[in-house]
Design a protein around this ligand. Structure first.
Ligand code: GLU
Length: 465
């Protein structure tokens, strides 16, 4: 039974890299009918904040990455870590080390002076036939893991293929500090074991931790999960993705008007592929995501592609659903969609072809709910210096609209009849009409636009010209 986890440290918002890791772990579990677990790695009390935890939970919810178990919090598992440390001391797979900071510094200086890589020299490591010094008084010991001295520790990475480290390269890792608190790698190991994780998908900044974690798992007699390390995400300029590149928090994409479906689709393609498929549903992702075809090289964030995908999902969203998403954006700007005003679903339907984000859609929808602010240049060009027939045409059009059916077809017919009456061409009347009613010179089909507005508003604005 597959069990995966996403294990963020709550030191900031859920960023794009973390969201991609979460998505892959989630999709892998879903593909195999397994269990997806959320674990908050909050043992770094100085850097972890409740606000960051909340931001991660919000981001996961927004992306629709539902966990079957958790969130578990490492800070709530301290007793369990202490219990395992005691057990390892008992079994001899860990030992106490009384080195002081000064001793460790001297050790490092001596090694560096001899041109050696600094490492713990094992002076408190128990070995058969070896007598250890008397523990000093007044020093609280740390607990170190008794790492194997010889051989290599390796695994067949799901993404990177076989990887191995010489055990001689791995220090006897501190698993408990002198105040008894467990350290990062150790907590991860205890959790992965207790939560019976079968597949660890995480960023490749953790590759160096993996041999240490595997050795501790083996010392505990625990099964070793499969590991898959995901390459970094770079910005469009090939540098590590950072704030510099704009939105890196998942919730920023929400603010900026992206749909979670688009972001999920986009993130899935960031370092994973299924043939040439670019646009696919969450269900298809789950169906296809079997752990193969994850790229070994870093991927590049491509904002244009995300916008393109978002436009696709925007068009595929029903007008009624778009109205629900756009309404709070307008209201947040103080724009009221009171009853009797244009129907927002209708408005979204008219405008969605021209918007790539909900933010853009909301910005365009404003013109249905606010007084038109006509630009001076536009007024001069399209109204003041218009053919003399325009004034009469606007009046005639308004008169026809008073009794016309309030449909795009009927309004279109009234417009054409007005053109014929006054000897004007379509743009000569349609542009001034747009400007007077909506404050802009370009819109989708003018008859449909007018039909979405209340008749009284259209008449009043046409007559204001
Ligand atoms: N807490 C770690 C991080 O946020 C992830 C640990 C793991 O996945 O093993 O980078």
């Amino acid at each position: 039974m597959v069990r995966t986890r996403f294990a963020p440290s709550p030191t900031g918002f859920l960023h794009i890299g973390g969201a991609r890791t979460a998505l892959f772990a989630w999709a892998y579990a879903r593909h195999y009918g397994g269990t997806f677990i959320l674990r908050i790695e909050d043992t770094d009390r100085e850097r972890s904040t409740p606000a960051a935890t909340q931001a991660i939970l919000d981001g996961m919810r927004w992306l629709g990455l539902d966990a079957d178990e958790g969130p578990y919090y490492q800070t709530q598992r301290m007793d369990r870590y202490r219990e395992v440390i005691a057990q390892m001391l008992e079994e001899g797979t860990a030992y106490r080390c009384w080195c002081t900071r000064e001793e460790l510094e001297a050790m490092r200086a001596a090694q560096e002076a001899r041109g050696l890589k600094p490492r713990y020299d094992g002076r408190w490591r128990p070995e058969p036939g070896r007598t250890l010094p008397e523990p000093p008084t007044g020093v609280d010991p740390v607990v170190r893991f008794r790492n194997p001295l010889a051989g290599a520790t390796g695994w067949n990475d799901l993404v990177k293929g076989p990887i191995a480290f010489d055990n001689a390269e791995l220090d006897d890792l501190i698993i408990a500090r002198s105040d008894g608190t467990p350290t990062y790698n150790f907590c991860v190991v205890v959790d992965d074991r207790d939560m019976r994780i079968t597949h660890v998908l995480r960023g490749d900044d953790h590759v160096n931790n993996t041999p240490r974690q595997i050795n501790i798992l083996r010392a505990l007699g625990a099964p070793v999960p499969e590991y898959g390390h995901l390459p970094m995400i770079h910005g469009p300029d090939g540098q590590k993705l950072s704030k510099r590149h704009g939105a890196v928090s998942v919730m920023q994409y929400d603010d900026d008007g992206y749909l979670p479906e688009a972001v999920v689709n986009y993130l899935a393609r960031l370092g994973w592929s299924h043939g040439d498929e670019e646009v696919f549903t969450r269900e298809q992702l789950v169906q296809w995501f079997d752990g193969s075809h994850i790229s070994r090289s870093p991927s590049r964030f491509d904002f244009d592609k995300l916008r393109w995908l978002n436009a696709h999902y925007l068009k595929a969203t029903s007008d009624a659903d778009l109205a629900v998403l756009v309404r709070p954006r307008l209201e947040a700007e103080g724009v009221s969609i009171a009853a009797g005003n244009a129907d927002l679903a209708l408005v979204c339907g008219l405008l969605k072809e021209r918007a790539q984000t909900l933010k853009e859609l909301a910005a365009q929808a404003r013109m249905f709910y606010t007084e038109p602010a006509i630009d001076d240049d536009d007024r001069a060009r399209h109204l003041d210096s218009a053919p003399p027939a325009l004034a009469g045409a606007l009046g005639g059009f308004a008169a026809k609209l008073e009794s016309s059916d309030w449909t795009a077809a009927a309004i279109g017919a009234a417009l054409k009849a007005t053109l014929a009456d006054h000897g004007l061409k379509m743009p000569q009347l349609a542009v001034p009409v747009r400007l007077l009613v909506f404050g802009v010179t370009q819109t989708p089909s003018v008859d449909a636009m007018l039909a979405a507005m209340p008749r009284e508003t259209v008449l009043a604005r046409l007559r204001s010209g």
